[in-house]
Design a protein around this ligand. Structure first.
Ligand SMILES: C[S@@+](CC[C@H](N)C(=O)[O-])C[C@H]1O[C@@H](n2cnc3c(N)ncnc32)[C@H](O)[C@@H]1O
Length: 201
C-alpha cells in the first residue's frame, strides 16, 4: 500500500468503518458466526478486524494473514491480549497451502477490503473456497473497479490496474468457486460491495 492508504488503514476512520458499516452488512447477508467458530481473516492489515471477530463476533480462534511484514507486526501487537486464540502470519492469499494444507479448515473466511489489491483475485477466491468447510461462510467487503477508477484512487500504484472486478463479476466468481452468494449491497454508487456467501456442500 502507498503511504496515504497505509495511514488510512491504520486510522480511527477505518476502524469505525469496519465496526459500524462492514460488520453489520456482512452479518446481515452472511448471518452470524457459529459460536466458538474457527475463522481466517485474509489481508488482516492492522488486526482490528480480527480483534472485532474475537471480541464481538464470538470467534473461538482466528488465523490472520497478510503479505506485508509491517502489517503483520502491527496486527501481532494489537492481538497480543488474545494470545492462544489467534495466530498471525505472513501469507499470500492466492496460496495458503503452507499455512493451511488441508481443505475445509474454517467455519468462516473474512475479507475486509483486500481482493482489490490482489492481481490474480480469482486465485484468491479459489483459495478461500478451498479452506472453507462445506456450509462455511465467506464474508466480503470490496472496492470495485468503478471505485478504483475514481480520481482520488486512480493514481494509487499499490492497486493493480489490470483484471479488476465489478461487483457482479466478484459475485459471479464467488458463485463459480462453489459458494452461493446469500446477498450483497453495493453502496457509495457501486464503488463498494458488502456481502455474505455460503460454501456449498
Ligand atoms: C486495503 S488493506 C486492508 C487491511 C485490513 N483488512 C483493513 O480492513 O484495515 C489491504 C491489505 O491486504 C494486504 N494484501 C495485499 N495483497 C495481499 C495478498 N496477496 N495476500 C495477503 N494479503 C495481501 C495488504 O498488505 C494490506 O494490509
Amino acid at each position: 500500500m502507498d503511504k496515504v492508504e497505509t495511514a488510512f488503514m491504520n486510522s480511527p476512520v477505518r476502524r469505525a468503518m469496519q465496526r459500524r458499516l462492514a460488520l453489520p452488512l456482512m452479518r446481515r447477508f452472511g448471518g452470524p458466526l457459529p459460536e466458538g467458530g474457527r475463522v481466517l481473516e485474509i489481508g488482516c492489515g492492522s488486526g482490528y478486524g480480527s480483534q472485532l471477530l474475537l471480541e464481538e463476533w464470538g470467534a473461538g480462534h482466528v488465523d490472520a494473514v497478510d503479505l506485508d511484514p509491517a502489517m503483520v507486526r502491527r496486527a501481532r501487537r494489537r492481538l497480543a491480549p488474545h494470545r492462544g486464540r489467534v495466530r498471525v502470519g505472513i501469507a499470500d492469499v492466492t496460496d495458503l497451502s503452507a499455512l493451511v494444507p488441508a481443505d475445509g479448515e474454517y467455519d468462516a473466511v473474512v475479507d475486509f477490503g483486500i481482493l482489490h489489491h490482489v492481481p490474480d483475485w480469482q486465485a484468491a477466491v479459489r483459495e478461500v473456497a478451498r479452506v472453507l468447510r462445506p456450509g462455511g461462510t465467506f464474508y466480503f467487503e470490496e472496492l470495485t473497479k468503478q471505485g478504483l477508477d475514481r480520481p482520488h484512487l486512480r493514481h494509487n500504484r499499490s492497486h493493480p490496474t489490470e483484471n479488476r472486478f465489478t461487483g457482479s463479476q466478484l459475485v459471479e466468481e464467488i458463485d463459480a468457486q462453489g459458494l452461493t452468494v446469500l446477498g450483497h449491497r453495493d453502496p457509495f454508487f457501486g464503488d463498494m460491495i458488502y456481502g455474505g456467501s455460503r460454501r456449498d456442500g
